[in-house]
Write a protein that binds this ligand. Structure first.
Ligand code: NAD
Length: 251
């Protein structure tokens, strides 16, 4: 697969033990990148860092709250002190909540946007100066199929709206920084085989599967491999794009 030797990658939200971010971190490390495992969850960070190191990869754990500018700036400073460069940012940290619009409070809406959109903005802005100086950067953000066709059993309208905002933000940014050697892309996963999927009651799970032509949820590796591609030299002329990874549930 795609070679990432001598690259430094930050993966936000990569401390979730069964999450997509952990697999992204492991995959980028396997391809040769030094990976910054950044998350709110200190135990999870350690776990992912160890898993990378056991496989012979390079990793640095950093506690991060994407919603807090000081925390984001401190992370960037730490990464630059350790590695002197930042080549890849994967905006993976995200939260969801199952609630109808009728029952949603403005606090619910703010909480979801704070992580999924404003946190993504803070992390992205914080790496731009370094990437511009390097004349190289890859920014890859996790949107969702629910941005395009509405959420299902998992998320509310605030989640779908925040993930749609990620798409618009990324396309705008892609135009702004294309000339600086920075590409900006999104992946939009459908249902992925993570904790949330495993926790679904059978009836809900059957209903979800009925809407997926491939008849199964995606695996975290199937998201991570696309991100490794977008991060690689091979994807050098792709920017402002979003790649659907959903087993055909939205075409
Ligand atoms: P997850 O809940 O397993 O992991 C998310 C991680 O983000 C956690 O480790 C959490 O600690 C971290 N996080 C939350 N708030 C944070 C903050 N303020 N600062 C730093 N870290 C924070 O989620 P997942 O299912 O692996 O999803 C990962 C991404 O993929 C999310 O953006 C999600 O919206 C998106 N996505 C997931 C699915 C799916 O089916 N699981 C589908 C489409 C898109």
């Amino acid at each position: 697969m795609f070679e990432l030797n001598n690259r430094v990658a930050i993966v936000t939200g990569s401390g979730s033990k069964k999450g997509i971010g952990r697999t992204i971190a492991l995959t980028l490390a396997k391809q040769g990148a030094a990976v910054v495992v950044a998350d709110l969850n200190a135990d999870g960070i350690q776990d992912t860092v160890q898993a990378i190191q056991i496989e012979g990869g390079k990793a640095l754990g950093v506690e991060l709250n994407v919603t807090n500018k000081e925390s984001v700036d401190a992370m960037v400073e730490k990464v630059l002190a350790e590695y002197g460069q930042i080549d890849i940012l994967v905006n993976n940290a995200g939260i969801s909540q199952k609630v109808t619009v009728e029952d949603m409070t403005i606090e619910d809406m703010t909480k979801v946007f704070n992580v999924n959109m404003f946190g993504l903005f803070l992390c992205t802005q914080a790496v731009l100066d370094t990437m511009k100086k390097q004349k190289f950067g890859r920014i890859i953000s996790l949107s969702s199929v629910s941005a395009k066709r509405g959420g299902g059993v998992f998320g509310g309208a605030h989640y779908s709206a925040s993930k749609a905002a990620v798409l618009g933000f990324s396309k705008n940014l892609a135009r702004e920084v294309a000339v600086d050697g920075i590409t900006v892309n999104c992946v939009a996963p459908g249902l992925v085989n993570t904790e949330i999927w495993k926790s679904l009651p059978k009836e809900d799970a059957d209903n979800v599967i009925a809407g997926i032509p491939m008849g199964r949820p995606g695996e975290t590796e199937e998201i991570a491999s696309t991100i490794a591609f977008l991060a690689s030299e091979e994807a050098s002329y792709i920017t402002g794009e979003e790649i659907d990874i959903n087993g055909g549930s939205h075409m």
